[in-house]
Design a binder for this molecule. Sequence first.
Ligand code: HEM
Length: 264
Amino acid sequence: MTANGAFRHQMGLHRLEPARWLELTHPHLAEQLTQKHELMAARPDDLLVVLPGFESAATQVQALITEEFALQGQPAPDYQAGLHPLDAAARVVREDLCLHDMVDGQLVLVAGSVCFPTRWTLAEKVGRPISAIHAPVPGLAEDVGDRIDSFVARLRPGVGSWRSNWSILPTDELCLPGHHRDLPVVDSPDQLWFRTERQTLRRLPVGAGVLFTIGIDVQPLSIFRMDRWASADLADRIESLPEPFLAYKGLTASHQDIVEYLRS
Ligand code: HEM
């Protein structure tokens, strides 16, 4: 939101503090890792998509993760042999991993292990630049498209950034491929869930590779009842969303009820 209350997409980036890159001691780490393993066994073709030829960049991802385990005082991770190095890397952390690298002079998504997508489909994104990945998001290109591209182009190894996104969804399911527009409508905001994505961006130490990570948290929307300021703030944010972005977020039918619920 801008100062006058009009909606505009924001970069919302913050510098990552040392040893705060990945959430290695997250309270839901164990259950999210178990779910990742189950999902990878059940439907690997949807959740792991890799272009050939980027194994060495993915091996750098493993090295960064190993370094982060050491920085956070955790025992070194054991990467499963025989898997693509990005797949093996993604199985030791709760975060989903998206690796970008240069193809024909353009930074594109070359490999992803994404078990917990928030209504998007990895196969539709691999091989595409960040601007094309964001094409379904109304207003994003106009508001910050150029800034995203120049920020990513200027990323330097060793200095990472994080940002967050939120969604309100009718389910607490973690694995949600598909599209936002497919969301079913629920009867009452009490049945809704508040989902946040903690996203990070880092340049790999060698070459042009960039790693994007996504960590998911889901809580009942009713949790806002316990904090009237947070609740009022979320209501204001929802009210500021223009119709195309409300539709993208699957909130066209329910947003008025949600705002009323948050203010009651
Ligand atoms: C500074 C960098 C970035 C910014 C500011 C940004 C911002 C956003 C925003 C505002 C949305 C809409 C989400 C919502 O409110 O529901 C979005 C969606 C998304 N972003 Fe980003 N993003 C960034 C980088 C990336 C990168 C590097 C990837 C790489 C995979 C990515 C993948 C996605 C995907 C897959 C979606 C969902 C698109 C869809 O619905 O099809 N983003 N992003």
